[in-house]
Design a protein around this ligand. Structure first.
Ligand code: DC
Length: 232
């Protein structure tokens, strides 16, 4: 069966990565979480004190971009690839609220975007990839055979994120999560470089009232008909 590129974009905490991971596993495709790459660069900037409460030394980060090495390593027991920053597994460290609060600032920097987009295009050059993010269908793979744009209300997204973080034992409040979700929506969709917009040919999915199974069945149905059509 011929392999295609599947781009999944959308606002934060819409569950894009859950869909993308399941889809990749079902199709035996590679899954790439492009947001993890922006998060790992953010973590690097925090570790080197290029970013902290109230300031961001953008030039220092740009000058040190060559010292950042990102790689994904498949974890058999989890069933997906985890991200490594300079050979250290940072999959958990990049999911904190602190990183979430800074990441949009980092994702605004064109030099960072150029570098990460290049790496993403390289990872998808042989097709058979499901990549999720904000600009996958518009900038990274404008020719992707299948593009989804996932959305849900800010309240629903904040509630899901809150439940996830509480389950992990993080001490957060719903109010601060909702604030972060809304803040990232605004920055992600109004930034000058590659703002979050739906590609003209993307299929929009609003999952506010869908269960995970309903959502997966809907998306997988669309993927299957696309793949069947290509094989005729
Ligand atoms: O998908 P996520 O919430 O883990 O992404 C983290 C941040 O990275 C998000 O606020 C916007 C940014 N991002 C981006 O600008 N472009 C992408 N392709 C993926 C993520």
């Amino acid at each position: 069966m011929s392999r295609i590129t599947i781009a999944i974009d959308g606002f934060s905490s819409t569950g894009k990565s859950t869909i993308a991971k399941e889809l990749a596993a079902k199709l035996h495709y590679v899954y790439v979480d492009s947001g993890a790459m922006y998060r790992a660069v953010t973590l690097y900037a925090m570790q080197h004190e290029f970013i902290n409460e109230g300031y961001f030394f953008k030039d220092k980060l740009i000058n040190n971009l060559n010292d950042i090495n990102l790689s994904f390593h498949f974890n058999e027991s989890l069933g997906f690839a985890e991200i490594f920053l300079n050979n250290v597994n940072v999959e958990h460290k990049i999911r904190t609220l602190e990183v979430s609060n800074f990441v949009s600032k980092i994702a605004e920097v064109s030099e960072v975007r150029r570098r990460l987009v290049e790496e993403q295009q390289e990872m998808g050059k042989n097709k058979g990839v499901v990549m999720d993010g904000r600009d996958i269908g518009t900038v990274v793979f404008p020719n992707a055979e299948l593009k989804f744009f996932v959305n849900a209300s800010a309240d629903k997204r904040a509630k899901r994120r809150f439940d996830e973080l509480i389950k992990k034992g993080d001490k957060v409040t719903y109010k601060e999560i909702l604030k972060n979700v809304k803040y990232r929506d605004r920055v992600d969709s109004t930034r000058l470089d590659s703002p979050l917009v739906k590609a003209d040919d993307a299929i929009e999915i609003d999952n506010s009232d869908l269960t995970l199974t309903e959502q997966f069945d809907l998306i997988y149905g669309i993927v299957k008909s696309k793949l069947d059509l290509r094989d005729i």
